[in-house]
Design a protein around this ligand. Sequence first.
Ligand code: MIC
Ligand code: SF4
Length: 642
Amino acid sequence: MGLTVAEKIIKSHLVKGEMIKDSEIAIRIDQTLTQDSTGTMAYLQFEAMGIPRVKTKKSVAYIDHNILQTGSENADDHLYIQTVAKKHGIYFSKPGNGICHQVNLERFGVPGNTLLGSDSHTPTGGGIGMLAIGAGGLDVAVAMGGGEYYITMPKIVNVHLTGELNPWVASKDIILELLRRLSVKGGVGKIFEYTGKGVKTLSVPDRATITNMGAELGATTSIFPSDDVTLEFLKAQGRKKDFVELKADKDAVYDEVVEINLSELEPLAACPHSPDNVVPVSSLHDIKVNQVAIGSCTNSSLADMMKVVKILEGKTIAEGVSLVIAPGSKQVLTMLAQNGALATMVESGARILESACGPCIGMGQSPCTDAVSLRTFNRNFEGRSGTVSAKVYLISPEVAAVSALTGYITDPRETGKPVSINLPEKFLINDNLVVPPADENEVIEIKRGPNIKPFPQGKPLSDVLEGKALIKVVDNITTDHIMPSNAKLLPFRSNVPHLADYCLTPCDKNFPANAKKFGGGFIVGGSNYGQGSSREHAALAPLYLGIKAVLAKSFARIHSANLINNGILPLVFENAADYDDISEMDEFKIENAISQVQNGIVVVKNLTKNKEYKMLLGITQRQKEMILCGGLLNLVKSKNNK
Ligand code: MIC
Ligand code: SF4
């Protein structure tokens, strides 16, 4: 039987298990990436493992999230990451060099390699045929130390592309169409592999937009084959030597097929407050726009920027609009400066931001109260922009630029002749903001600012777990709810005790205080609990607050792994109706927890209601061991001691 592209990469990296769907496998990791908002914690954990030097082919530490320096915290954390990277064999991408996923694609990604990143949008690398997966910081730390990465062997979905995009329709519309059809839960346990004649009509940045936002489907990752288009891209980046061809065998077997005829697509928008709330842009006309933001790891390539420039050329943005643009990397920004495009942007009225995540993670540029904000980004969860009442729509760069000019959400097809761009054959290559690691015997002092606090570590599982249902939340709760991120909180990513006071506060502002008052307890969630970001803080803050288990209808992949890595039980209702039965502050008790965990079925007694709930612990033997000893770090340490 033939293999798909994803299966070929998994097969060549398989260290444990068999490629049987739904069974646990472990793969070898070639490259890792971290960014600063998850990286500080990942490197503290790496240090705690006591491994002197990374064992990967390449590990890169990026600075792109925590770039507003309104106090010393972020700068201190950056210095910590820079020195820890230098010491342990990690390349350091300085602030200003760009967004991790954009830079990794341009400068480091290698088709056929595996990449593990402490950021949920790591699958961007699938745009050049990498098997690129997002994970919690601790998993990335283990991979840096040469440890394997465990996943459940995913189902492989064939997204079969035919036809060709019409003018004004963008690759963003392809992934929005998938989100419209499949929802934010539709990709759980799956890899989306793109095939068909439509593939060759898409450039590498187009492909990367799609694999990037595949994260919003809840997918393990997404991947394109590596073909002539990939070769051209790598040549333009002076990296022809990194090219290998990768294609699925003719008789490859996929678990599911999704057909998309590119010629039938139209400009789409994800409406507030979920990336799968997708409608045609044409249905949204007459909606007045306050802010347009162009950039993020989804849409900040040179191609995206040049399309925007062509639309803005010689025009002025609408009176009521603030337009902000963040080119994705130093390479993109320098090329825009050199070819004059930057001047065109500025002349039209755009405000140029540093090459970083910026407004995507609420690091500045929060819009006004009740604003309509159009963003080329990938997430529009409520409050993520920093303005709780803002209504964020996710759209393509074309829709963004056209709407910035009209002041209303505008279908660009109404505006006349489409723009066309020509990209240079050679991109500007200057990696002078990438600091290489030190030689092995060089002595490096690690600089730790006062903001770096010890992180909470799990304890071996007690045999009896007791406490209250401290909070009960609805379906699709995101990690932005569990551990909010914004300009005020991001500087504290290395200070879990501080962050814990904000845990789940968008759902219930009293949650942290109640957790402290009652000495910990339980969280009750709906389905797809913990979707979104990879931030391990969404497990570390509950751990700090004494949370013993989360009872939910289902979990998002990365968050569930983060809970287990930190010794918190992710329990799934066998009977979803039991969820309805629970009231906040009900008293729970789990007896014989150790043997129940070993058996994979845990009975939770609701002492208040005099009921019992059968909960499933669908985790592997290895994960059970982790829970029993209080998390991955304890497990690694106990193995190292042996
Ligand atoms: C995000 O897009 O939510 C982030 C910020 O990049 C996160 C990482 C984080 O929370 O630090 C992600 O996607 O993993
Ligand atoms: Fe940064 Fe936004 Fe991409 Fe997350 S989604 S990595 S915050 S640009």
